[in-house]
Write a protein that binds this ligand. Structure first.
Ligand SMILES: NC(=O)c1ccc[n+]([C@@H]2O[C@H](COP(=O)([O-])OP(=O)(O)OC[C@H]3O[C@@H](n4cnc5c(N)ncnc54)[C@H](OP(=O)(O)O)[C@@H]3O)[C@@H](O)[C@H]2O)c1
Length: 244
């Protein structure tokens, strides 16, 4: 079995890679920072005695995406599980000032994610097997003034995954959406919140287990499903007056 981890420098991604390697999978870790990805792969290989390789993945370089999958499969065999762990939260204020900033956030979280998923779907449907895990965000469940550029890109990604899951179900390929709440990583460093923050270890364990059980939509931590249920239920007339 071969697992491909995209956005491998994320702490959540690294922990997920550890879990798949621990289970005996060959692992390919792909990231913008190839040197760091190579360090991560070397660590996986030593720690778990599995074949682990690294390569370059940039969500914005969509022309390279199917070539990357061809390369991974030539080196490690058919990809059985692919984890899309990359993301760019950007900065809402900067995105309002500069469309270039907003466009990058949209392109990393949505366009780039769709591009690599389509390339993966083509391979997996030809074999009638595979699992694609898209790491989304509760931010994609409702547009809020504090992060609606990132939120809308993650929301669009969530809708895309829903459609892909619907399309690939009859082809033997499973698609899971992991909607994360706050996790203690580089992305949330310095953010103040009264809501409990999960560890990357716990988030990765939940994603790994849910993917094995072929869950469709995972909220982690699970209390976010209820929180977002309430938030989504607030009428727009009242919601637009709130500061969230
Ligand atoms: N932390 C949270 O509270 C939280 C909540 C909801 C969802 N998420 C999602 O969880 C996933 C992992 O994020 P994280 O929290 O671990 O944050 P992180 O450490 O900032 O990880 C983000 C990852 O995305 C990669 N990335 C950014 N732009 C990219 C691009 N153009 N091409 C390829 N990779 C790119 C980063 O690579 P570099 O190292 O090269 O920058 C890094 O590996 C993301 O999808 C994020 O949206 C996180």
């Amino acid at each position: 079995m071969t697992t491909l981890v995209l956005g491998a420098t994320s702490r959540i991604a690294q922990q997920i890679a550890q879990r798949y390697a621990e289970s005996g999978d060959k692992v390919f870790v792909a990231a913008r920072d190839v040197e760091e990805a190579e360090r991560i792969a070397a660590d996986l290989a030593v720690r778990h005695q599995v074949k682990a390789l690294a390569g370059r993945f940039d969500a914005l370089a969509t022309d390279d995406h199917s070539g990357l999958i061809d390369h991974v499969e030539a080196e490690l065999g058919p990809v059985t599980t692919a984890i899309l762990a990359f993301g760019d939260m950007g900065d809402q204020d900067r995105s309002q000032e500069s469309f270039a900033d907003a466009k990058r956030v949209i392109d990393v979280n949505y366009t780039g994610a769709v591009s690599i998923c389509e390339a993966l779907a083509a391979k997996m449907t030809s074999r009638g097997a595979g699992t694609i895990v898209g790491v989304g965000s509760v931010a994609g469940d409702r547009g809020r003034k504090s992060n609606y550029i990132y939120g809308s890109a993650k929301g669009a990604f969530g809708l895309y995954l829903q459609g892909l899951r619907n399309r690939l179900h009859s082809e033997g390929v499973h698609v899971m959406t992991a909607k994360l709440g706050f996790v203690d990583t580089r992305m949330t460093y310095g953010m103040a919140t009264k809501i409990p923050v999960a560890s990357p270890e716990a988030a990765s364990a939940a994603i790994f287990e849910a993917a094995r059980r072929r869950v469709d939509v995972l909220y982690y931590p699970s209390f976010w499903r209820a929180i977002m249920g309430v938030i989504k239920g607030i009428p727009e007339k009242a919601f637009k007056r709130l500061s969230l």
